[in-house]
Ligand binder design. Sequence first.
Ligand code: Q46
Ligand code: ZN
Ligand code: ZN
Length: 313
Amino acid sequence: MKCRKCTKHAVINMRQHKLALCSFHFLEWIKNQTQKTIERYKMFTPDQKILVAVSGGKDSLALWDVLQQLGYQTGGLYIHLGIQGVGDYSQESQRLTEKFAKEKNLPLHIYNVQQETGSPIEEIAFYNKRGKGKPCAVCGLVKRHTINEIANQFDYDVLVTGHNLDDEVAVLFGNTLNWEVDFLRRQSPVLKAKKGLLPKAKPFCRFYERETAAYALLAGIEYIEEECPFSVGSTSIQQKEILNLLEHQRPGMKLAFYIKFLKNKKSIFQNLDEDGDTNDILYVCPTCGQSTQSEGNCSYCNTIKRTQLKKNK
Ligand code: Q46
Ligand code: ZN
Ligand code: ZN
């Protein structure tokens, strides 16, 4: 198969776009499409400071690479969760993230949960009995808190994450199956700033996972291939498998499902603010100074305090 734009051998055939491209034109296509997505959803502008949440995986490193090539001012944030897994997951993903940042000469903030709080993520989850054996709920809480802390400290304007189309469609599918109206209302490629919280954007939300993987490979990015050990057997992975079967039978199904949802969202949720939560009164946590939805300490500070108290008993 030949590249649509030149006569060279095509390295990827994107059936949903009826588009086959060579390595050079595919890398160029990813960059152009990312720029279009940034503009289409009014994500951010070149004069803003962008904080990229990097995990050491293909999506976040590829996104960081594309944004810096497009000329955006970016800095990365890696959160070391203290997760072991096979081959020391956190240590290895930090190593690869640091290697990438060094090669590209990009600023990287490293936040080590154990060093900052005294406990790795699993221990915090254990002492707070959250998440039925998995530390994911606590992990989300710690990540959100850390991102806000670093963003405030270093004056970042926008947070970007490497969520791809497969991630977004799995979330959409799961929320539809359970009629999670509030979550559906809030699902968007871009979320406006709320009091004390950073605006968020997902510039890769229209790329299939195989496209971001191909980008990382062709751009020579070394990334961690293992997923976090706690993601194994998750509902979202099961749903991704079902969606892959549907996509196989009908190429483009995932993209259409997502794009049509975004197009029809306004009429489905008429009179409701798509960002949600805007009517919630936000308070200031007396310990860390971040926004919280009730008076007194925020959930993060309560969780860390509880961990330290129980651990030292
Ligand atoms: S939440 Fe759970 Fe992920 Fe945290 S513990 Fe791993 S699987 S990394 S996105
Ligand atoms: Zn070509
Ligand atoms: Zn707090």
